[in-house]
Write a protein that binds this ligand. Structure first.
Ligand SMILES: NC(=O)c1ccc[n+]([C@@H]2O[C@H](COP(=O)([O-])OP(=O)(O)OC[C@H]3O[C@@H](n4cnc5c(N)ncnc54)[C@H](O)[C@@H]3O)[C@@H](O)[C@H]2O)c1
Length: 396
């Protein structure tokens, strides 16, 4: 079939298998171009099909020749209906990994559930024995709690008062004011239940209890901080409470892993266009200004550059892992540079529908958004007939 983007708000209902495959190949080539990393050998990535998790899987496999198991929640294709992008990304990754002689298998299902945890543990037991790196990179709007059965929905709201600021509709380029009502009821608790650290800790507890973590095993989850400009809706909002919880959980996990000399970290990553971040109000305007400045300064990075740097310059240097005063690894250092943030603050006050195309990188934002779904990728013929029924070779 001929596949074109079908965009509805923050998502695209279609995905292009060859565009996704090309994106994955570009990431693999980037990692290879940076040389080997003396890194992990057996890796579990939870949230492995898109964004930072996919880049973590690629960096493990093609930077360190690691065997990888990926867990993700993606829609398979049906005749005449495309799969979700993460499905095609995984199919491409596993095909490349197998061609390179690397072990790569995956499990598609709800990582929050007991069933998927059990299935993953069985696979590790049967195939890999013990894991030495667990990446936790889930971004989800909801979680069915595996013990209580309660459905928790996460929300992106400020806390305490209505928050009004500028935002951009990145499809139309229209800059307008948006007012977001503050969290009410159980919004904070629910968001913590979905995006906080409870599920990460459950995974690690179960892996450890089954003796599936190698001595010295490391686990890393991803967080975000961002500037004062966005803090009402991000770091001081409901999602920020969940990130506080995730960061606190790292210390609890680290304590539990002490007897196997294991380590648990949170890595604070840069703001990037992903399926998760495009849904957060205000952030697309911030990202389009950030991209413009970071590209002009020659310090722009995407998910793969971030994660390759995380592995090479932070986690696997051979020396102690450098953290900030709160024990977090920082690869958002370039985003948070004073000169970068000072420029954004100035541009923020100037940003209007008319000025944004020149002062911000709206075109770069849109391109990255389309790229998430395999569209607007260089080298792909979008007029050609493609097979939507792609299979994932390592799917268990
Ligand atoms: N995008 C950013 O700007 C940014 C910046 C810093 C940190 N982070 C953090 O990085 C992490 C990953 O975010 P991302 O932006 O890469 O998101 P993403 O949407 O690209 O990826 C989410 C992954 O989680 C998987 N997933 C979602 N629900 C699942 C479920 N129930 N069971 C199994 N898999 C499930 C998806 O299949 C996908 O593999 C999040 O913790 C996010 O907060 C993101």
């Amino acid at each position: 079939m001929i596949i074109a983007p079908k965009i509805r708000g923050f998502i695209c209902l279609t995905a292009h298998p060859e565009g996704c495959a090309q994106n994955v190949l570009n990431q693999i080539n980037y990692v290879k171009s940076k040389g080997p990393i003396d890194g992990p050998k057996k890796v579990l990535v939870i949230g492995a099909s898109t964004g930072f998790g996919l880049s973590s899987r690629i960096t493990s496999a093609f930077g360190s020749n690691a065997s990888t198991i990926g867990v993700y929640f993606e829609k398979p294709p049906a005749p005449g209906k495309t799969a979700s992008a993460g499905w095609y990304n995984t199919a491409a990754f596993e095909a490349q990994a197998h061609e390179a002689g690397l072990y790569a298998k995956s499990i598609n299902g709800d990582a929050f559930s007991k069933e998927i945890k059990e299935k993953t543990l069985e696979l590790i037991k049967a195939d890999l024995g013990q894991i030495d790196l667990v990446i936790y990179s889930l971004a989800s709007p909801k979680r069915v709690h595996p013990v209580t059965g309660v459905v928790h929905n996460s929300v992106l709201k400020p806390i305490g008062e209505v928050y009004t600021n500028k935002t951009v509709d990145f499809h139309t380029g229209i800059v307008s004011d948006i007012s977001i009502q503050p969290a009410g009821g159980d919004d904070i608790e629910n968001t913590i239940a979905v995006m906080g650290g409870e599920d990460w800790a459950m995974w690690i507890d179960e892996l450890k209890a089954a003796n599936l973590l190698a001595p010295g095993a490391t686990t890393v989850a991803y967080s975000y901080i961002g500037p004062t400009l966005t803090e009402a809706v991000y770091r001081k909002g409901t999602i920020g409470r969940a990130k506080d919880h995730l960061e606190a959980t790292a210390f609890e996990i680290a304590e539990k892993l002490k007897d196997i000399n294991g380590k648990a970290y949170v890595s604070v990553n840069k703001a990037l266009v992903t399926q998760a971040s495009s849904a957060i109000p205000v952030i697309p305007l911030y990202i389009s200004l950030l991209y413009k400045i970071m590209k002009a300064e020659g310090i722009h990075e995407g998910c793969i550059e971030q994660i390759q740097r995380l592995f090479k310059d932070r986690l696997y240097t051979g020396a102690e892992v450098l953290t900030d005063d709160k024990g977090r690894i920082r690869v958002d250092d370039l985003e948070m540079r004073d000169d970068v943030q000072a420029q954004i603050a100035t541009l923020w006050s100037e940003a209007t529908t008319e000025s944004l195309p020149a002062i911000g990188d709206l075109a770069g934002y849109k391109k990255d958004f389309l790229n998430l779904f395999g569209f607007d990728v260089a080298g792909v013929d979008y007029d050609a007939d493609v097979n939507e029924m792609v299979e994932i070779s390592g799917l268990v």
